[in-house]
Design a protein around this ligand. Structure first.
Ligand code: NAP
Ligand code: GDD
Length: 341
């Protein structure tokens, strides 16, 4: 029998990669999208087919703040696997909309888990929770499954509730539920306001003389950046194990935001010169200022240094990242070039 998967957050970066991955594995894939005033399914255009004709891919309206829609969707589809990738996923924005971020990220997770339990589907459905390295916050790197969580944003705190409620429903009701603790992962279809996509897209436009300047915040935070394509494979692998468990997924290397900019510039053969310090630091290209600091992009509390230790995933899931940061940068830049009008 064909396996059925239900993806919350299907219209996001990871949702799109995971949907394609599961379709290639022969799954029937269902996804939940939110109603919006303009189309929000751009990342799915290449796999969407008219449901009036034969297809393995179905979209349903729903929202993680709406318990009734969650109960109804899970009951109607009765999937073998649920991947909960839905969240207000921007850390800086979570300081502006903390209650909403918690409603979706924390209580939304509880709503799905409790629907599985209430519908007596605990034995049938395997559940994946999209946890985050942001939960480690101020913990000293390298971080692994045994590292203490010291969250530094409303987003991170909401993800911690989601993490522990997933552990609790696993222990209390025997649900096959796994937490993936994923470090940052990017791609050409990364949301425009995350720092890698913002840098790649602006630097490409500056290189083509279509934009004059880029404004950024903290250049010195360090992140462990992988590729989303590698990371969705790990999500699926977690649900194929004999027992449910929690896993750190990372590359084990870290770069600062400034180093990421320099990597992109190298790929574009742009010779950058950095001058000044703190909020007065500036980046020059061809004697013109192209990058400046704007304090509005700083967070009230920052996560300075993330670097994951993924030994457990390597041993138990036989998973490791394939795409390195240079290939990631190249792929992101190629995408900008192909979509340059
Ligand atoms: P993303 O591109 O921001 O996608 C988030 C998805 O959640 C979108 O489909 C969004 O729908 C949906 N969503 C937001 N609010 C919702 C609501 N109230 N009800 C239902 N759906 C809602 O995020 P991503 O990068 O793919 O990340 C996927 C998940 O992994 C997120 O939970 C994120 O927090 C977590 N995570 C990401 C990373 C990373 O580096 N990418 C690392 C660790 C953990 P719209 O398209 O309509 O906005
Ligand atoms: N977004 C953004 N915009 N970040 C900036 C900017 C800017 O203009 N300038 C500097 N940064 C710094 C941020 O302060 C942060 O230290 C770093 O760049 C990365 O920021 P983001 O790309 O927004 O990602 P994030 O690390 O905060 O969160 C992402 O990764 C988490 C996993 O650790 C998101 O995808 C989260 O959803 C995810 O859980």
């Amino acid at each position: 029998m064909k396996k059925k998967a239900l993806i919350y957050g299907i219209t996001g970066q990871d949702g799109a990669y995971l949907a394609k991955f599961l379709l290639n594995k022969g799954y029937e894939v269902h996804g939940v999208k939110r109603r919006s005033s303009s189309f929000n399914t751009k990342r799915l255009d290449d796999i969407y087919t008219d449901p009036h004709f034969k297809t393995n891919f179905f979209l349903h309206y729903g929202d993680l703040t709406d318990s009734l829609s969650i109960l109804k969707t899970i009951s109607n589809i009765s999937p073998h696997e649920i991947y909960n990738l839905a969240a207000q996923s921007h850390v800086k924005v979570s300081f502006d909309v903390p209650e909403y971020s918690a409603n979706v990220g924390a209580i939304g997770t509880l709503r799905i888990l409790d629907s599985i339990k209430s519908l007596n589907l605990s034995k049938k459905i395997k559940y994946y929770q999209a946890g985050s390295s942001e939960m480690f916050g101020a913990a000293i790197p390298p971080q692994n499954e045994k590292t203490n969580f010291i969250p530094r944003s409303p987003y991170a705190v909401s993800k911690l509730f989601a993490h522990w409620i997933t552990v609790n429903y696993r222990e209390a009701y025997n649900i096959f539920a796994c937490n993936g603790i994923l470090f940052n992962h990017e791609s050409p279809i990364r949301g425009e306001t995350f720092v890698t996509k913002k840098i790649v897209s602006a630097l490409y436009k500056i290189y083509k003389n279509k934009q004059k300047k880029l404004f950024l915040g903290n250049l010195y935070s360090k992140r462990d950046w992988g590729h989303a394509r590698d990371y969705v494979r790990a999500m699926w692998k977690m649900l194929q194990q004999k027992k449910p468990d929690d896993y750190v997924i990372a590359t084990g290397t870290q770069y600062s935001v400034k180093q990421f900019i320099n990597l992109c510039a190298k790929e574009l053969k742009m010779n950058l010169v950095w001058k000044g310090k703190g909020i007065n630091e500036k980046c020059y290209w061809n004697k013109k200022v192209i990058i400046e600091i704007d304090q509005k992009y700083f967070r009230p509390t920052e996560v300075d240094s993330l670097k994951g230790d993924f030994k457990k995933a390597k041993k138990k899931l036989k998973w490791k990242p394939i795409i390195g940061i240079r290939d990631l940068v190249k792929e992101m830049l190629d995408y900008e070039s192909k979509n340059d009008k």
